[in-house]
Write a protein that binds this ligand. Sequence first.
Ligand code: ZN
Length: 133
Amino acid sequence: MTTLTQGVMGLGLSAFFPKTYFWAALFLAVLPDIDGLLRYAPPLRQYTAGLHSLPFAPLWLLLAGMLYIGDATLGGIAAVAFSLHLFLDFINKDSVPYTVRGQPVQVPFGQPRAVSYIQEILVGLLFLWIFLK
Ligand SMILES: [Zn+2]
């Protein structure tokens, strides 16, 4: 999903934690998309979405575990934010394990792009509703 939608997910996630963690939830929800910045560096463009690949998934959870040691609430936010981010990108076909964004995706349960847009809108509205409630 887009970084904007992931940010809205972070807003919704922040509603379940003390207000002092608002910016942390927002930042951690969009952090896995930082590899998207590589598209602005042509020699590294092929590595965009690398942070969304299956080999990186345990590294995100390891980072969450390290944060948990220092601050349990922050570690909890990180674990949920990273997991949700990867899941949301996966259901929207923005990332698939062992593939790189931009390459043809061959998944048996793939859906038309319009479904991805509808999912994106519904996820955005859901987390915005949770945040505003
Ligand atoms: Zn992403």
